[in-house]
Design a protein around this ligand. Structure first.
Ligand SMILES: [Zn+2]
Length: 318
């Protein structure tokens, strides 16, 4: 964590990878620029995959609004707070609990201490753990509104359309038996860009989403469940084929995430894959139909060995 903070604190060479969302056939353009993590440009959608080790933490910023989806394990709290401040956050319009496991909610305790939070979005899949109970106590102390969200719930985050596309409503059969499959899944639409953030969804919830009405190519996918082999099913990747995929994963984690099979399935989609253990914070900015990826680690190796990407692999299909 300290090392990650010092990376952010110093002006660091960021690798930028750009892709036009409108050009029918285009590859990535790569370049380098100098700068640390900083507030997003105006008129943009920024999605930051914070390096929280083995866990999830995604900051979405658009039109002056800030939403945080998950916050990593409890020891990552100061790291997440530090990142949010570096991105100009002084208050959160909402926090979203994708699922109540410790690697998603632990860091929220420090976040709730550091920032006013207006609304907390949850799926309603409760967990009686000490961490979740502490989280609920903090939410009550904060006085934040708690909103239960399932498929069909629609939000506007500063001009970004946000559709909740999982877990199922009670009318559709209600929650699945496994917590991971009840992850709050968010589909963000901004111009022609489509971004899917679906927490730790595994095969059941992926199949549910794949057979729903929100399918289509994605500009950006947060790879489900840290790249486990029980997620990123062929059906799901076929219905939600990403151009850019980000895996939130810690180095040398005991789960073996991401698995070689998942990496192989992602590679076959043609997606450009980023991962927190190799690239540090992964910051995606979408502005004027252009998607830029900036990373805080591992840029040298990539810049020296730019990936060979077929020029026609990244056409954006609406
Ligand atoms: Zn997780």
């Amino acid at each position: 964590m300290d090392q990650r903070r010092s990376i952010r604190g110093t002006l660091f060479c960021l690798l930028f990878i750009s892709l036009s969302l409108l050009a029918p056939a285009c590859g990535f353009a790569m370049g380098e620029t100098r700068g640390g993590a900083e507030p997003p440009p105006s008129g943009s959608l920024s999605v930051s995959f914070i390096d929280v080790g083995q866990g999830d933490g995604v900051l979405v910023q658009a039109g002056g609004t800030n939403h945080l989806i998950d916050a990593g394990n409890i020891e990552e709290g100061p790291n997440v707070v530090d990142f949010l401040r570096s991105r100009g956050v002084s208050a959160l319009d909402g926090i979203i609990v994708s699922n109540p496991d410790a690697d998603h909610i632990g860091g929220f305790l420090d976040v709730l201490d550091a920032f006013p939070v207006e609304t907390v979005y949850i799926s309603g899949d409760e967990k009686g753990t000490l961490t979740y109970n502490s989280f609920l106590r903090s939410v009550r102390a904060e006085g934040a509104e708690v909103q239960l969200v399932r498929t069909g719930y629609l939000m506007d985050w500063g001009g970004v359309r946000v559709d909740v596309i999982g877990p199922p409503t009670d009318a559709e059969g209600g929650l699945f038996s496994e917590t991971n499959d009840n992850s709050v899944a968010l589909l963000l639409t901004y111009g022609s860009a489509r971004i899917l953030l679906a927490g730790d969804a595994e095969a059941n919830e992926e199949e549910y989403m794949a057979s729903g009405s929100y399918t289509g190519p994605l500009s950006l996918l947060k790879v489900t469940h840290h790249g486990s082999n029980t997620s990123s099913t062929p059906l799901f990747l076929n219905r939600f084929t990403p151009k850019v995929a980000v895996i939130q994963v810690g180095a040398d984690n005991s789960y073996g995430h991401p698995t070689p099979e998942t990496l192989d399935r992602l590679r076959r989609t043609g997606a450009r894959v980023f991962r927190n253990d190799e690239h540090g914070d992964v910051i995606v900015t979408i502005k004027d139909e252009q998607l830029d990826v900036a990373v805080t680690k591992g840029f040298q190796a990539q810049a020296e060995n730019p990936p060979t990407i077929p020029a026609n692999s990244y056409g954006f299909h609406r």
